[in-house]
Design a binder for this molecule. Structure first.
Ligand code: HEM
Length: 445
């Protein structure tokens, strides 16, 4: 939680890398290519796709398209003025559809209920969800050598799923290349997805041959976007809905701000000018960071400076930490986000208005976005933070303007489940499953 130590680790990102155990798990799904999650050094720099404001601006209409689809599905579920929905489930379907469409122009059909016949969706849920092995066993499995992982999780079905992901990745890549060759620059939606942008920059004559990514590396970006961007975003949206349903006054004020916008499809820049929406989302991402910690392993001996000296069990005070190669670090993102010494005594409370006047102490937090550790920072910080923010703003904009939200169960029944470094809302009666049952009511005219 020491911000100076974290900053040192961020700055020395070739010394502090993802632990081998995490890399082994990712490699199973990413195949031969490395994808940005797994690559290190120069390879990593080369793989950074374009996630800048210009790209996100272009993706915003697609976020709206999916938000309207969800709004209409929810509206159709309302009988006698009341609808009951599991926000977690619906946000998962929406985020999957969005990352498929905007990431690589692929239709998962999560919202329209046809995902059960969708191969890629089935392969992913087999790996990450249905059996539950990945979430529940990730830390255990990650610590095993790869051969034992295969024995532990029954290699055949896993291999079949990984092969399916690779095969579909190759198909998507072939289609994207053919599309780009036929249509050239941005002639229609197809060439605006993130994979096409990556392909375009990879094909640019400014990049030397040996600097280009291999096809395997490009294919590895597809599961990379899914692993990194889908569950993190849907979980954050679910927490946002919990916050809305627990703070009626904030919900009312936010709705007032959103209804003050004269169009149902504001631009990215118009959305970014809404102060309460912005503060509400920052506060959600602070208190309910979906990834609560990340791990790093030292590749060589080092010395880590500390903002706050540590007294060891022999009473010796240390102003810096001596590190040996191979030592592991647990960087507590949630710990920093809720540290009372930085945020003040109300650090554990949901108070969007804190963003109007932040204490100077939080300026030492080295996050890529805002004064938050939620998306980490440095050159290995999240590359999808602008994407995630805009997706969440669009969905909140559409849904809060359409429905009033309240919890379907007494608030005491909502608990936080923490597994595989994620925090998700669940019910005390079934703490393993992520769920948020809410009641929605259409807004009266
Ligand atoms: C609320 C949503 C999100 C949160 C909280 C989040 C958080 C994070 C964090 C903490 C990391 C660092 C992980 C580590 O190094 O161990 C990370 C990395 C990454 N994120 Fe996100 N993320 C979100 C959404 C997204 C989205 C939507 C995408 C893509 C469309 C994305 C793509 C990535 C990638 C590719 C990396 C790896 C970067 C690298 O290793 O250089 N993320 N994210």
């Amino acid at each position: 939680m020491d911000t100076k130590a974290i900053q040192h680790i961020m700055r020395n990102d070739y010394t502090y890398i993802k632990p081998r155990s995490t890399q082994r798990i990712l490699q199973m799904v990413l195949g031969e290519g490395s994808g940005i999650l797994l690559s290190e050094g120069a390879r990593h720099r080369r793989q950074n796709p374009a996630f800048g404001p210009n790209q996100i601006r272009e993706l915003t209409p697609a976020f709206f398209e999916k938000s309207f689809e969800l709004r209409d599905i929810w509206a159709a579920q309302i009988t006698e003025g009341v609808g009951r929905v599991d926000a977690m489930d619906w946000f998962s379907k929406t985020a999957l559809d969005i990352i498929g469409l905007t990431g690589f122009n692929y239709h998962f059909n999560g919202l329209n209920g046809r995902s059960q016949t969708n191969e890629l969706s089935l392969a992913f849920s087999a790996i990450f969800r249905s059996s539950g092995w990945a979430s529940a066993w990730m830390p255990v499995i990650a610590a095993l050598p790869i051969q034992r992982v295969f024995r532990a999780v029954s290699i055949d079905p896993m291999n079949a799923c990984a092969e399916c992901i690779q095969r579909i990745g190759r198909e998507i890549l072939t289609e994207s290349k053919a599309y780009l060759a036929a249509t050239g620059e941005k002639s229609s939606w197809g060439a605006r997805d993130l994979l096409s942008l990556l392909l375009k920059s990879n094909m640019s004559t400014e990049i030397a041959g040996e600097e280009r990514m291999s096809d395997a590396d490009v294919i590895a970006q597809i599961p990379t976007f899914l692993i990194a961007g889908f569950e993190t975003t849907s979980t954050s949206l679910t927490w946002a809905f919990l916050a809305l349903s627990q703070h009626q006054e904030i919900q009312d004020k936010l709705r007032e701000e959103l209804l003050g916008v004269s169009t149902a499809t504001p631009s990215m820049d118009e959305l970014n000018e809404l102060p309460l929406l912005d503060a509400f989302l920052r506060e959600t991402l602070r208190l309910y960071a979906p990834l609560i910690h990340i791990m790093r392993a030292a590749e060589k001996d080092d010395i880590i400076p500390l903002a706050h000296p540590i007294t060891d069990c022999d009473g010796i005070v240390h102003n810096e930490l001596l590190v040996r190669k191979g030592q592991m670090f647990n960087l507590s993102l949630l710990g920093v986000n809720t540290d009372k010494s930085l945020w003040g005594p109300d650090a554990g409370e949901f108070r969007p208005e804190r963003w109007l006047q932040l204490p100077d102490s939080v300026k030492s937090i080295p996050g890529v976005y805002s004064n938050l550790m939620t998306f980490f920072g440095g050159s290995r910080g999240c590359i999808g933070w602008r994407f995630a923010l805009m997706e969440m703003k669009v969905l909140l904009f559409t849904l809060v303007r359409s429905f009033e939200v309240e919890l379907e169960v007494p608030k005491e029944q909502i608990v936080t489940s923490r597994a595989a470094a994620m925090q998700r809302p669940s019910l005390s009666s079934e703490p393993i499953r992520a769920i948020l049952p809410v009641i929605i009511r259409p807004l009266k005219d």
